[in-house]
Write a protein that binds this ligand. Sequence first.
Ligand SMILES: *[C@@H]1O[C@H](CO)[C@@H](O)[C@H](O)[C@H]1NC(C)=O
Ligand SMILES: *[C@@H]1O[C@H](CO)[C@@H](O)[C@H](O)[C@H]1NC(C)=O
Ligand SMILES: *[C@@H]1O[C@H](CO)[C@@H](O)[C@H](O)[C@H]1NC(C)=O
Ligand SMILES: *[C@@H]1O[C@H](CO)[C@@H](O)[C@H](O)[C@H]1NC(C)=O
Ligand SMILES: *[C@@H]1O[C@H](CO)[C@@H](O)[C@H](O)[C@H]1NC(C)=O
Ligand SMILES: *[C@@H]1O[C@H](CO)[C@@H](O)[C@H](O)[C@H]1NC(C)=O
Ligand SMILES: *[C@@H]1O[C@H](CO)[C@@H](O)[C@H](O)[C@H]1NC(C)=O
Length: 667
Amino acid sequence: MTRRQVAKYSRLTLAIFLVFCIFILATRDEKFPTALDGTSSIERTTLRPAIFKKDFCVFDHKCKIPRLNPFADEVIGIFKPPKFKECTDQRDIINVVYDVTKRQYLLHVNATLVGILYRNITAFACIYYEIVRGANDSITWKVGPVPFEQNWFIPHHINGIVVECYVAGNRSRVLQRDAFSFVQYPSGRNEQVDEARSRINPSVIMLGIDSMSQMNFQRTMPLTARFVRQLGWYEMLGYNKIGDNTLPNIMPLLTGLTSHQWRSQCNVRLPGCFDQFTYLWNHFRNAGYLTAYAEDTPSIDTFHYFTFGFIRKPVDYYLRPFLYMIQHILKTVKLFGYDYCLGRRQSYRYVFDYCLQLVQRFVQDTPKPIFGIFWSNSFSHDDFSGPASVDRDFVSYLERYKEHGLFDRAVVVLFSDHGQRQGPLMNLASSFLEERLPMLHIYLPPWYRKQYPEFAQALDVNRYRLSSTLDLHLTLKHLLVQGQAGLKLNSSVSKCQSLLEPLPENRSCEDAAIPEHWCTCDSYVQVPISNLLLYWARTVVYRINKYLASHDYAAKCAHLKLAKLLRAERKQFFDDDGAAAVPPQRIETYRIKFVTRPNGGLFRATFLADAERNVKVQEEFITRLNSYRNQSFCVSGHVAQKFCACLEANQSFTVINIDVNDQGTPC
Ligand SMILES: *[C@@H]1O[C@H](CO)[C@@H](O)[C@H](O)[C@H]1NC(C)=O
Ligand SMILES: *[C@@H]1O[C@H](CO)[C@@H](O)[C@H](O)[C@H]1NC(C)=O
Ligand SMILES: *[C@@H]1O[C@H](CO)[C@@H](O)[C@H](O)[C@H]1NC(C)=O
Ligand SMILES: *[C@@H]1O[C@H](CO)[C@@H](O)[C@H](O)[C@H]1NC(C)=O
Ligand SMILES: *[C@@H]1O[C@H](CO)[C@@H](O)[C@H](O)[C@H]1NC(C)=O
Ligand SMILES: *[C@@H]1O[C@H](CO)[C@@H](O)[C@H](O)[C@H]1NC(C)=O
Ligand SMILES: *[C@@H]1O[C@H](CO)[C@@H](O)[C@H](O)[C@H]1NC(C)=O
């Protein structure tokens, strides 16, 4: 056999093994009552976890999520950890220092260093531009240039600046240009009240990395993974996403509403829509917290990807106007698909530095309850291996937060929205789980664990229970209402709940508000590709074309045809004794993977088929597994882009190579 064939074989075997082991273990569990007849129920419950924890994230009668090896051969074969890349090798001429007694930042220019770096220069000067947010997220001003003196105290109203030092008499000979944002001391706060409050209500810092599955996190960020294995951290292994990309997962996290609920309130493609919701930060702010929100890639950030963001500033400390402006002023360098360097540093560092300032100011200097979300896309969104290059840097940020007391005081959540959705990981047997199981690690500080031991116990139990984004939303609200007598938790989705209380066993995806297409609980068996299945697959493609037509895209986008049905699987149902059962109302659930013509689109779809063989398929359950690159340039919006192959440019479409391997890769 050639190496290729060997690889092909091992992938196929793994795929079969996966399906097989779910089945075997499921069966094994069903035999438990007989095997252990006569033993007490306590022994049974203590025995069971020992079996599943190594092989399963969740293992009960309703839900079985296999636990994958992040370092399986199939992945390691394609994982080339990239090296860390600095953005400049020149030392900083301009420095920001914080004067703790005056509670003010000041700018220091290192003239000695200028003399060392530019020996032939006799005089230089520096100026700054202030960055100001306008009437809405689309408008940002640059005010300046303004000259400043050595050790200039930055006034409290300034949130961000760009600084330039240049050769005296010639503005075009720039020696160094840099940008800084400031977490300024707020006016009108009562320090005694803040301090007292922060003893009852923990600060909450949420650190997010886009497109990071629990497996890819272990694989690409081993140092960070080791950091979050310390005491007080809990990894939620049964954390399942509820929507395709960022917005459908982050909106429910921030608002507690399902996609159906929030989409029915207004059209997110119209300005002002996002201003209408009550977000977690609003709840926290109402409870006296200072709030912060930062993202590192303004072009694709959560609220600006084909949408207009906010009219009103959503939080007290909002980094977006600053980042949005500096990406137009500073030199940028692309890596992993996005602006990796923004001027002299990595774009994610602006986000983590902002968090650091917040921690220094409001955890260390003058304690105040804070709620902040710090999100990065830049190194993880388009390249699954990218995070490997920033692992060490990420940990050093965590270490610095620790030095400033964050982990003594605050609840910290390290999380993601979903796993990789496209790219090389999607060709593997593990792709289904890779996409659907975002990482979620929750940290409770020592005083909080001591005060509420039941919360720590619940988190420990919930590590191996099925959970979703909406549960996480309720968890954060729970932290808020705890200690505030009389406040009750409300859920807009009845069976979702806070993770600070034990989740029930036998929880179904439906209970956790996880739609079928995203549910990782069920076992599926491969079924042969019959004429009926081909007919169904064509019906799914028909549904795509119908979507395009009903949104007036028919003239712009190619009419798609089924090129090949790669694989089909049917959901298995079991009765209480573990015997194969007929599904309720005889409605079968199928999963298929197929390729379309002429665009070479690789899709995965979940659909229902009733006893009369009628098919029901929803557009949101047809998802794209390969990149559409610029094939969809003529349309905007996530759904249209995943389906549309633009006709205009008369472009020749990239034909994707359909590897026969795909036939062995589970849907
Ligand atoms: C200025 O730069 C020099 C040379 O790198 C360094 O030795 C010195 O500590 C710097 N001064 C300040 C105040 O940062
Ligand atoms: C001054 O020195 C810098 C590097 O040290 C060099 O790039 C620049 O061309 C020099 N300028 C003149 C006018 O000599
Ligand atoms: C200023 O510097 C630029 C770039 O080094 C140069 O092209 C220009 O001639 C200089 N102007 C003056 C007035 O010296
Ligand atoms: C932002 O504000 C400007 C000026 O008021 C207005 O012209 C523009 O339409 C607004 N854009 C959005 C998306 O709200
Ligand atoms: C919770 O729900 C009740 C009844 O639906 C409502 O009156 C109350 O205002 C809600 N509380 C919050 C905090 O949303
Ligand atoms: C889970 O479901 C099984 C089968 O229906 C049942 O035997 C078991 O008692 C349930 N466990 C709990 C905790 O409800
Ligand atoms: C699409 O991208 C390819 C490669 O980057 C480029 O050659 C082509 O011109 C682009 N087509 C359109 C229509 O933008």
